[in-house]
Design a protein around this ligand. Structure first.
Ligand code: PMP
Length: 291
């Protein structure tokens, strides 16, 4: 299937791709002033739909958006979009909520008089990462935002620090950029969370300077259910280099082994890591919610 002729939901109705546009006065153009979610669609439904909508709502409330569409409205918009495109599998949804169209250019939210603007963009996309081979990463000089500067719990469209980290990874010929927090501990990759397996325990950074990822949360809950020791901790780069296994988590790549960090190779076949990855492949279908 191609994405050339897809229908996109904007504000209150569907538009063909060629007409799917927002105004140059939109807050996202004027100041990157928007929040977003990436969701995965399986025949069983949308993975962790309610958790994604809660994170979107909480991000929009933190940024004092007005006229935020209800969860029911957004679910209906997603359903209309998937139905119009005949999408039931292999689909990624990019949900965006902007502060809306401004009466004149500028950053002041008082210029937004028409309420927020919902965009539901559903595209045919397979999972990005190759679980058989894993990904190679470098640590970047770009620090991840900490709550002192911009709360990492807001899932906003100011993606520039992640984009700079990704550019550094591109220049180095690697798959993703590993970002440290303002104290030098590991935070996350430019677009996914990270975990480390060491001596039979699973570690992940505190969510102070990483997005509290929904896949991260599912993996933590799965470990608790399975009786696998799971610890949130400050983790240094040296500890990551010496992990028995390291993996990334996120909606677009699910669970992906990290096989190299800054030229140090990381074992890929750790038994506990393999068990977690295999278990999640089954679990993800059970985390789906019907629209
Ligand atoms: N960190 C960042 C910076 C991200 O953009 C994403 C993707 N939304 C994630 C982590 C993974 O989050 P999730 O598991 O909710 O997709």
């Amino acid at each position: 299937p191609q994405n050339d002729n897809i229908q996109v939901f904007i504000r209150d109705r569907l538009f063909p791709r060629s007409e799917a546009k927002v105004s140059v006065f939109d807050s996202s153009v004027q100041g990157g002033d928007a929040v977003w979610e990436g969701l995965r669609v399986y025949p069983e439904g949308v993975v962790c739909l309610d958790k994604h909508l809660t994170r979107l709502h909480e991000s929009a409330k933190t940024l004092a958006f007005v006229d935020i569409p209800s969860k029911e409205f957004i679910k209906d918009a997603i359903k209309q979009t998937l139905d119009a495109n005949g999408m039931t599998d292999d689909t990624h949804i990019r949900l965006t909520l902007t502060r809306g169209e401004k009466i004149t250019s500028g950053m002041d939210p008082r210029l937004n008089q028409n309420g927020s603007c919902l965009i539901v963009l559903a595209e045919w996309k397979i999972l990005v990462y190759d679980n058989d081979h894993g990904i190679k990463v470098i640590s970047t000089s770009q620090r991840r935002n900490s709550p002192q500067f911009l709360d990492s719990k807001i899932h906003h469209n100011n993606l520039l620090n992640n984009i700079i980290a990704k550019i550094q990874a591109n220049v180095a010929g690697k798959d993703a950029g590993l970002m440290l927090d303002d104290r030098g501990f590991v935070a996350e990759l430019n677009g996914s969370n990270v975990f480390m397996v060491k001596d039979g325990k699973v570690y992940t950074p505190f969510a102070h300077a990483c997005l509290p990822g929904i896949t991260r949360n599912s993996v933590m809950e799965m470990c608790n259910k399975e009786g696998i020791a799971l610890v949130e901790a400050d983790i240094s780069l040296s500890q990551f280099y010496n992990g028995d296994g390291v993996f990334a988590t996120g909606t677009m790549g699910e669970l992906t082994p990290i096989v190299e960090i800054d030229g140090r190779s990381i074992p890929k076949n750790n038994t506990l890591q393999q068990r977690i990855i295999k278990r999640y492949e089954k679990e993800v279908r059970m985390l789906c919610e019907k629209l």
